[in-house]
Structure formats: C-alpha cells, structure tokens
Design a protein around this ligand. Structure first.
Ligand code: UD1
Length: 496
C-alpha cells in the first residue's frame, strides 16, 4: 500500500532545520555502544520490542558505585507518546523537539506509519507528516506492545469518523481496563463495539463526534488524553470532569492548543474543550521526563553520591523532593531547570532515614517511581510501608529485589520494606527485569550492592530510559551491556 501523500515529498524542505538524511552515528568513543541501534528513520518494525525472541541484552553492574557530575534528562516518554497520537488530529507537518529515543517511541512511530503518516527522526528532533494518514486501522502487533498505542482511537475517530484499534499492551502491572476511554467516546456520540479482539468505533450520526459531558470516575491519564484529543475535533463544546492532573496531560493540552485547539481549564479538575473543524501542524518542545529525573535522584541517594541534572521542572517533582529531603538528602535548585541531589556521607548525618509512602495520581507520589524508591528504602534506616494505589499489581520487582538481599514483606498492593538496619543487605546476583520501572529499580539496587549484579530483560528498560547505562557510566557507575546468549534467552522467555 502506498501511504505517501502526493504533496509530501517536497514538504520537508519547507522546514528550515537540519537535514534529516542518514547522518552517520556519533564517532565519540564513549558513545560507541549507541551504534547497536538502527538509524531510526529507517525502521518500521521497532528493533527492541517485547517479543520474547528479542530479549537479547543484559546489564552487568559492579556495585558500590559512587556517582558524580551532571546528567541530561531526556524528553518525557509519556508526553511524547500522547503527542505523537495527537499529531493525527492535525493535517500537515509537525515538528517535535526533545523526543526521547526509546523503543516505545519507535513503536509509536510504527503505529503512525501503519496509518499512513511519514516520520523522520534524528537526535531528538521528529518531523511528523500526517497529511497522508489514510487508514483507520493501526498495526495490531504494534498497538499490542504499548499502552499509548490505543490512544490513537480518539484522534482517528474524530478525524475520520471511524477507528478499528486492537486492545493495548504495556507493562504487566494490573488489569489496566479501557472502560473510561470507551464510555467517554460514547458520551461524544460514538458507537464502540468489541469485535474479534478489536474495538470498532464509529460516529452514531454518520457525520462526526459531537461535544458532550463526561465525568471520569477515576482521573485516568490515558482516558483524559484520548477524550481531549477526540473532543478537540468534535462539533460543539465538551466538558470533561475529574480529569488527570499529570504534567504529561497538560503537555498534550499545550500541543493541541498550539495546533489550533481550544482547551481550557475550569477549576483544577475540569476541562472545557471547544471543538474545531480542523487542527493545523505545529512545532512543539516536549517537557523533561520527570520519571527519568526522579530515577536519577534516587540513584544519587542510593549510592550516597551527589549529582546534578537538567533540564527538569522541579514543580513536577515536588512530592519526590519532599520525600528525599525528609530522608536527609540535600536537594538544591541550582537554576530554573537544574537540580542537585546530594546524599554524600558528610552531609547526611548518621545515614538516610527511610520513609513510608503511598502512590497517588499527580500531584501525589508517582506510581512510576514506586519500584525505584522501594530499592532506595532497602538502604535506609528503619522499616516502612509502601502502598501502591494506582495499579492493582505493581509489586513484581519485590521478588527480584529479594534476590539481591532486600528484606521486604509483600502483600498485593503494599509492602513493608526493612532497611539496612533491619536486615536488608544488598549483594550482587542474577535478576530479571519484569517490567520497565522494576528494571530501573534493579539497576539502582545493583549500583548499591556489594559485588556484581546481572539484570536480564534490558529490553524493558529500553522502553522508557534513553541511554540509561551510558548516562550512568558517564556519572561514574560501573555498568555495561552485553548480549544475552540464546540459552539465557530461552530461560528468560520461560520466565517472562
Ligand atoms: C499512564 C502512563 C503510565 C503511568 C500511569 C499513571 C502513559 C503511556 N502511561 O498510564 O506510565 O503509570 O499513567 O500515572 O502515559 N483505569 C480504569 N479504566 C480506564 C483507564 C484506567 O480503570 O479506562 C485505571 C487503571 O486500571 C489504573 C488507573 O486507572 O488502575 C490509572 O491508569 P491510567 O491513569 O489510565 O494510566 P495509563 O494511561 O494506562
């Protein structure tokens, strides 16, 4: 199928930026391992996906690392994924800055390409041409890999009056239903039915979506995003109440506004969206990834080191900063977008004091940092309870942390973590990353442990961290990546 618009061949030249032809990879010796990745502009099928046969790397960490220096935080994964779905709402060529180079963003690129979009991606700059989008049925295999793949249902329905999208994938952290997306789309006049494992959505009046009112029973990030995109092209005004407050939701709203949409807040929890007939392409910079920043903050704390990071939006990390400060870390804002986190022994008194926490929707403690902070707690003093209230089964990292010597008693949604004075003594071992953020928690634990830790399933970590091992290596960690042998791959496939 030819999916390229007859206009699009010359349209790229209208953007006065660097050429998006095939530039050779960096020659910098410290970045050699980056060459393992295929140039992004060339791949349709993402090389790092969750197919068992591609679980081919492990991270090897020599523990007791001490970190120092500065790390650059990438653009937000979750923002980028939602905004990529949002480009379908507009016609023409959008330019996105600071798109992180992740297997999840590659999968999303594949999904858009399967609909007819043209995409070029080089060093964080992405050009997305949605003029030629001509299919309402994204590649099911790709949608099945990531949660955000499903978010295209709203834009497709709004733009074409029809969408056929298979059920989403994503990390195995609970049931992750999509009822709010479906009920919200129905409130905008859609007929949505599940047929043969795919959601078939169409507009009831045969013309287009119509504005409506919908109250989300839970402030779901994805449902808020799906409905915001759909309502931006609906006929009339939509009122969404109890919407998610996450910064990535606001970032998508800003992107849609930059594309000509009318999205306004009415109080903290309600959005009023005045539908437009058509949105136009735009240029937009994605916010820094607060989850990556939080992971590096935890890295400084767990290794009792001092590092700085930028760009960050400290306001997005308020609860995380409070917790680290209460534990005894010194968190200093060095500039509008620069944070320094110090936990060096000279500044933390006896040692870091543990803390209990519960995850909540934003502005509460982020569920996507729960595993990493649980790893940190195993090295602090005291015993504390961690409660997971966003996802129903997000404790798969516990078993792996236990293999590294952590003393944790786990229930379905909560865990009691015993610190280093209560029996947790981290030591190297062979562990498997069961999902993205759990993988990051094992990397942190491995850096604090005595001896060598091998973490299989690096493919999960690649979903959400751009060059994690290179960034940690540059901060002083002893970490390297190696291919997993075929026997190891088989064991891993059986495990996962
Ligand atoms: C997004 C993020 C994910 C983050 C999560 C919460 C992306 C791609 N992923 O996921 O990294 O951990 O927000 O901050 O942006 N729920 C329902 N019905 C629905 C939708 C959700 O019951 O229709 C429930 C879920 O099962 C879960 C809770 O709501 O228990 C939160 O999910 P949601 O906010 O939708 O998260 P995601 O958009 O999947």
């Amino acid at each position: 199928m030819t999916l390229i618009s007859k206009h699009s061949m010359n349209l790229y030249s209208s953007i006065p930026q660097k050429s998006y032809s095939e530039t050779p990879p960096s020659q910098n010796p410290t970045c050699q391992f980056l060459k393992r990745r295929t140039p992004l502009a060339l791949c349709f099928q993402p090389p790092n996906t969750l197919q068992k046969s591609t679980l081919d790397h492990k991270l090897i960490i020599s523990g007791k690392s001490e970190l120092s220096g500065h790390v650059e935080i990438s653009g937000s994964k979750n923002s980028a994924l939602a905004i990529l779905a949002g480009t379908i709402c507009s016609y023409g060529i959008s330019k996105l800055h600071r798109v992180p180079d992740l297997s999840d963003t590659r999968t999303m690129m594949g999904i858009l390409r399967s609909l007819g979009a043209r995409i070029e991606f080089l060093e964080g700059e992405m050009v997305v041409d949605t003029e030629g989008v001509c299919s309402v049925e994204p590649c099911s295999d790709l949608v099945g890999k990531i949660r955000a793949g499903f978010f295209v249902i709203g834009p497709l329905l709004a733009r074409f009056g029809e969408a056929m999208v298979s059920l989403p994938g994503g990390c195995d952290i609970g049931a992750r239903p999509i009822d709010l997306h479906i009920r919200g789309l129905r409130a905008l006049g859609a007929i949505v039915e599940l047929r043969h494992g795919k959601l078939h959505a169409s507009v009831a009046n045969g013309r287009g979506l119509v504005g409506g009112r919908f109250h989300l029973d839970y402030p779901s990030v994805g449902a808020t995003e799906t409905l915001m995109m759909a309502a931006s092209l609906a006929d009339g005004v939509t009122e969404l109440s109890n919407v998610a407050q996450e910064p990535e939701v606001s970032d998508l709203a800003q992107f849609l506004i930059a594309s000509g949409a009318s999205v306004e807040r009415a109080g903290r929890h309600t959005l009023i969206i005045n539908g437009r007939k058509r949105l136009h392409a735009t240029e937009f910079t994605i916010i820094p990834d607060r989850i990556e920043a939080g992971t590096f903050m935890a890295a400084a704390a767990i290794t009792r080191s001092s590092i700085s990071m930028s760009p960050v939006i400290p306001f997005h990390l308020a609860d995380v900063i409070n917790k680290l400060s209460a534990a005894g870390c010194r968190v200093t804002q060095k500039g509008p977008h620069i944070l320094e986190v110090s936990a060096v022994p000279a500044t933390i008194g006896d040692d870091l004091q543990g803390f209990g926490f519960r995850t909540y929707p934003h502005p509460g403690f982020p569920t996507d940092l729960q595993p990493q902070f649980m790893a940190l707690l195993t090295t602090c003093n005291g015993s504390f309870t961690v409660q997971e209230s966003v996802f129903e089964a997000r404790m798969r990292h516990v078993e792996e942390l236990q293999k590294l010597g952590a003393r944790i008693r786990v229930g379905r949604n909560s865990a009691t973590v015993y610190g280093k004075d209560q029996g947790s003594v981290l030591h190297g071992s062979h562990v498997v990353a069961p999902d993205l953020r759990s993988g990051a928690s094992l990397v942190l634990a491995g850096m604090a442990a005595e001896g060598t830790t091998e973490i299989s399933g690096a493919v999960y970590i690649d979903r959400g961290y751009e060059n994690l091992e290179l960034k940690l290596h540059c901060l002083g960690a002893n970490i390297k990546r190696e291919p997993v042998t075929s026997i190891e791959n088989q064991i891993l496939a059986a495990f996962i």
